[in-house]
Structures are given as C-alpha cells and as structure tokens.
Design a protein around this ligand. Structure first.
Ligand SMILES: Cc1ncc(COP(=O)(O)O)c(C=O)c1O
Length: 417
C-alpha cells in the first residue's frame, strides 16, 4: 500500500484526530527509521519518549518472541509470574512499596487520582468531610481521559469537553506564593509533572517541589508526581524526582516501560495502598504477561544505560546552548538528561525548523507551539548528536539572523554567571 492510498483510506475511515506528517514508516533499527521510499531518518523523538532503547533491540525482540510463544494474556482474575517481579524492580528503584499496572499514561493518572480521593476518605472515616480538592499546575498535561483532562492546565485540551471533574484548582507554574495561597486543609492531593513535557520541557523548581512536599505532609494530603514522560531513565536517573531529593506518595509511569508495548504503572506507599481493596479498581489488559516480561527486560537495560544518558545528555545540552548563543531566534534551552527543549521566538519558526529537519532526515517535534522537543533514545551516541546539531545549525541559519561574535561572547558570559 502506498502512502497516498493509506492517506486516502484513513481520511475515509478514521476519526480525524491526528494531523500526521506525510511519511509512511516501515521499519526501524537502533536510532534509525526507514520510510516506504527507503529513506532513512535519525529518530530524536523515540515515538514521543516510548522507544527509549531505539528500534529492534535484540534483547527486547528475544523476550517478545519467547513470551509471545508462551502466553500473551490471562486477565487479572489469575496469577502470572511477571507482575510481582516487575513490581519488585519498580519499587526498588523508586523507593516506593507497591505497584498497579495499566495500559497507558492517562490510565495511570486516572488511577492515581482515584487513589488520592479514596485515601482521603479512609483518613476521614471519623465523620469529618473528606478532603476532596486537587491542586494541579498551569500548563500541565496529564492525558486525554476526563480525570486527566480535569487536571490538565491547558485550555485547548480541556475546553471542548467541559464540564470536567469538579474540585480541581490550578496553581501558577513554579509560583510558591500561589501554591501557598491555594493550599488548605480541603486539598487531598498536589499533582504535577516533575518536568512538564507537553507544556514545553519545563522542570519544576526545587523550591516549588519542596514546598509542595512540605504543605502536603502538614495536612496528610498526597504529593503525586507524573513521570510518564520524564521518568524511567530519561533524565539520567531512574526518576526525575531523584534529582531533587524529594520523595512523593504516588508516581505514575508509562511511555518507555514496556519498550513500545502499552504499559503504565502507579507506584505508591504501603500507607496509601491501604485505601484500595479488591474490586475498587482494575483493568482487563493492564499488566499482562507479555508487556510485563518485556518491561522487566527494559528496566534491566535501562539501569545499565544511565551513565550513558547522563553523559550524552550533558553533551547534547551544551551543544544546544552553543546554538542558542549563536542564533537570535533561540529564547532558551531547558531540560535534563535526554529530555531537552529549545524554545524559539515564534510558533511559525518552530514549525519551520521541525519540517526542515524532517526534510533533512531528522525526527523531532514541537511542543507548546514554540518549543523544539528532543527525546532521543538512551542508546544515542555523540556522533548522532553532532549530526543533529549540524543540521539544526544550518536550518536555524537559513531562517533567522545570527548573532555577531560579540553578541555570542556577551550571551555566553551571561549564561555562565
Ligand atoms: C506527562 C504526561 N502524562 C500523561 C500522558 C498521557 O499518556 P498517554 O498518552 O499514554 O495516555 C502524557 C503523554 O504524553 C504525558 O506526557
């Protein structure tokens, strides 16, 4: 089937939810993808943070083959041996106690919100009104289902589907005074992404996260961190919150967990887990033997790759900052490890850069209109980064004015201060 006939066919039979690039991918290997014309692309997006081991990793393929031949699905009415083994690994690296497995990021987030409301009820079983309010952040993104949308602080995702879940208030991003103002004894959970992904690669500030932890502890509210995009090795540590020295009550993960198969998880403490009992929450597909067996293999490989992620991440960031100092159209470079963003001065410029990189065989995307998002696989090497920087330099040069040597010197001196 040609690209043209796939497009024609999709236009007739799919809900019009996606505005896809006109490329038909057929295969992948390592950091590369090939399209139907045999053209090769350097993948610096990893299926939006999913393919953290690149494409066709031999150990993942072997696990997939072995487990698909044995058992793919049983339902959660019965035991299989991989859920507990995977939960042991995840709780070890997160310093939490328990896991629940589901199929996607939004489903993990929904479950986390349910857990927070349920925990608040258990805490107030003495006749008091349970805490019910949820604090979320402006500019956040937690998924497309109703609870996730209700806590997503971006009107374009929420407004078409209002009214949403009541009880959610939004705090200004990284504004500790606003957090203090909006927090009171009726709040059951403070929810945030440790690094906002769809919001434009914006790390939470240490002051904000520490205050969120302190306030929530003071009343028994929960601190819930969404690490669906930034967790599981992306920042060079198992979880992004580990850079901050703050321990949450609940963490959600998904994207890279099963190396491309759908799998999400909620991780929490023994104390919070007392709020769930059989029948309160569940899923037909979540935590099946195939996805869990692959995820165990993924975590094993992820841990070995952490030093490489830290090293290549630092290198990549330094190169992006060098470009930022050179080109007038670059506002800021942000992020940690291999989750990096470059904010340009207009949405049109960012769109143009993404499209021109694509023409040059490099895959990234644009988030929050003006931000170029880089989520390369953890196996990326310096030579791949050099290629992206070379092409990005050429594309930025073709569209915007460059800074003079004197301006670069000034801006470098500023950023070193
Ligand atoms: C931080 C964050 N939370 C939740 C989600 C939703 O995940 P999913 O698309 O798997 O439902 C995403 C997806 O991009 C995300 O980046």
């Amino acid at each position: 089937m040609s690209l043209a006939s796939v497009i024609r066919s999709e236009q007739k039979v799919l809900l019009p939810t996606y505005d896809r690039h006109k490329i038909l991918f057929e295969r992948g290997r390592g950091v590369y993808l090939w399209d139907s014309r045999g053209r090769r692309y350097l993948d610096f997006l990893s299926g939006i943070g999913v393919n953290a081991l690149g494409h066709g990793h031999p150990a993942i393929q072997a696990t997939l083959k072995r487990q698909a031949g044995r058992l793919i699905h049983t339902s959660n009415l019965f035991f299989h041996k991989y859920q507990a083994e995977l939960a042991v690994q995840l709780t070890r690296i997160s310093d939490l106690d328990r896991a629940f497995f589901c199929n996607s990021g939004t489903e993990a987030w929904e479950g986390a919100l349910k857990l927070a409301r349920s925990y608040a009820r258990v805490q107030n079983s003495n006749g008091h009104k349970p805490k019910w309010r949820i604090l979320a952040l402006d500019n956040s993104f937690h998924g497309r289902t109703f609870g996730s949308l209700a806590t997503t602080g971006q009107a374009k995702y929420r407004d078409p589907f209002a009214p949403l879940l009541p009880g959610v208030s939004f705090v200004k991003f990284n504004d500790t005074e606003d957090l203090q103002r909006r927090f009171d004894g009726s709040v059951c959970a403070i929810c945030l992404e440790t690094i906002q992904g769809e919001g434009g690669i914006r790390p939470i500030s240490p002051e904000f996260l520490q205050l969120a932890r302190k306030l929530s502890k003071s009343t028994g509210a929960l601190l819930i961190l969404d690490e669906i995009q930034c967790g599981l090795g992306r920042t060079g540590r198992s979880f992004a919150y580990q850079h901050y020295g703050v321990q949450p009550d609940i963490v959600t993960v998904a994207k890279p967990l099963a190396a491309g198969l759908p799998l999400g998880a909620i991780l929490t403490t023994n104390r919070v887990a007392t709020a769930m009992h059989p029948g309160m929450h569940g899923t037909t597909f979540g935590g099946g033997p195939l996805a869990c067996a692959v995820a165990i293999q993924f975590l094993h490989l992820m841990e070995k790759l952490m030093p490489q992620v830290r090293e290549t991440g630092e290198y990549f960031r330094a190169q992006l900052e060098w470009l930022g100092a050179k080109h007038n159209g670059v506002r800021e470079v942000r992020g940690m490890g291999l989750m990096l963003g470059m904010e340009l001065d207009s949405a049109d410029a960012a769109k143009r850069v993404v499209n021109q990189l694509l023409e040059r065989g490099i895959l990234i995307n644009r988030t929050n209109e003006t931000v170029l998002r880089f989520l390369p696989p953890y196996i990326v090497e310096k030579k791949h980064i050099d290629q992206v920087i070379r092409e990005l330099d050429a594309v930025l040069s073709s569209g915007s004015s460059m800074r003079t040597a004197r301006q670069i010197q000034k801006s470098t001196a500023r950023s070193q201060r």
